[in-house]
Design a protein around this ligand. Structure first.
Ligand code: PMM
Length: 292
């Protein structure tokens, strides 16, 4: 029977967790500019909760290839009001940041998880800070900032190398004092990966079970889907890739260690997960009592 991983300090809905994305940025690939005004971002966060999000991931820095990093002050200005409002309304919020000072301020504002796409590699103070904050931590595979990440997309065996590098990042996280029960891993689709690398990671996603930690799937509205669904040279717009991303959610949600999905279109992903979990209940009901 599939057991849904539980992460210390986060809700355990008894099925795959749905993380709704609120990018308070002018230039994210998926939804850049739509929620740059904090009031719009807060409203969008409420909409995602109403659609069934278990957690809202608030980010103030775009990781789009070639994106210019905002100043720390600008990043704080973008995310803090949104985190404050959503947590005050009872939402569980994570902050998508690579900066320790932003992580600290976000937790003071109510965030319960740090989603660090650099997995501790962008800011030397991040892992110790997260350990001190005692919150959940998403450790994503990362090789460098977006301005030159594609030059780093060189692998002999992408799955094996991402696992080895993630293991190093995880060892550092635990050495810094983060409790293993608060860790979630993410292969980092699109980050220093070509489309081919992303497909290979998806095809062999279950190999990440070897790390023994809950897994997050972050493929929603990513460029490799826009490319797959392109009409000749015209990429499919990111917002029209939700069905494709749902197909990947459906496949991954059958995986033992899948903890959650990070998505922009919450309702369809949540609905798909409900269907899968319902089928799992039938599967497990059919198991003989002795086979547990
Ligand atoms: N992708 C983006 C931003 N943050 N966080 C995690 N953990 N995993 C991801 O794959 C990830 C992320 C970039 O995509 P967006 O523009 O849709 O936010």
């Amino acid at each position: 029977m599939k057991r849904i991983p539980v992460v210390t300090g986060l809700p355990a809905p008894g099925r795959t967790t749905v993380m709704g994305v609120v990018n308070v940025t002018p230039d994210s690939f998926s939804d850049g500019g739509e929620w740059l005004d904090p009031d719009d971002a807060i409203r969008h966060g409420h909409e995602l909760i109403a659609e069934g999000a278990d957690l809202i991931d608030v980010g103030g820095e775009s990781t789009r290839p070639g994106a210019v990093r905002p100043s720390i002050e600008e990043e704080l200005r973008r995310v803090l009001p949104v985190i404050r409002e959503l947590t005050a309304a009872g939402a569980v919020v994570s902050v998508d940041t690579m900066r320790a000072v932003v992580a600290e301020a976000a937790v003071a504002a109510g965030a319960r998880m740090i989603n660090d796409v650099s997995g501790g590699r962008a800011d030397p103070a991040m892992l110790r800070t997260v350990a001190g904050l005692g919150v959940a931590y998403i450790c994503m595979h990362w090789r460098g900032h977006s301005e030159d990440m594609y030059s780093r997309a060189v692998y002999r065996d992408v799955v094996a190398e991402v696992i080895i590098e993630l293991r190093e990042q995880l060892d550092q996280a635990v050495a810094a004092g983060i409790e293993p029960g608060r860790l979630i891993i993410d292969p980092g689709f699109g980050f220093a990966k070509t489309a081919e690398h992303n497909w290979e990671l998806l095809r062999r996603f279950d190999e990440f079970d070897v790390l023994g930690l809950p897994l997050l799937l972050g493929v929603s509205r990513k460029r490799f889907l826009s490319r797959l669904l392109a009409d000749g040279d015209r990429l499919r717009p990111a917002r029209q890739c939700d069905d494709a991303s749902m197909a990947l959610t459906v496949i991954a949600a059958r995986q033992q260690r899948l903890w959650g999905v990070r998505v922009h279109a919450v309702r369809p992903h949540r609905d798909a997960i409900e269907v899968i979990e319902r089928l799992h209940r039938i599967d497990s009901a059919e198991q003989p009592a002795t086979s547990q």
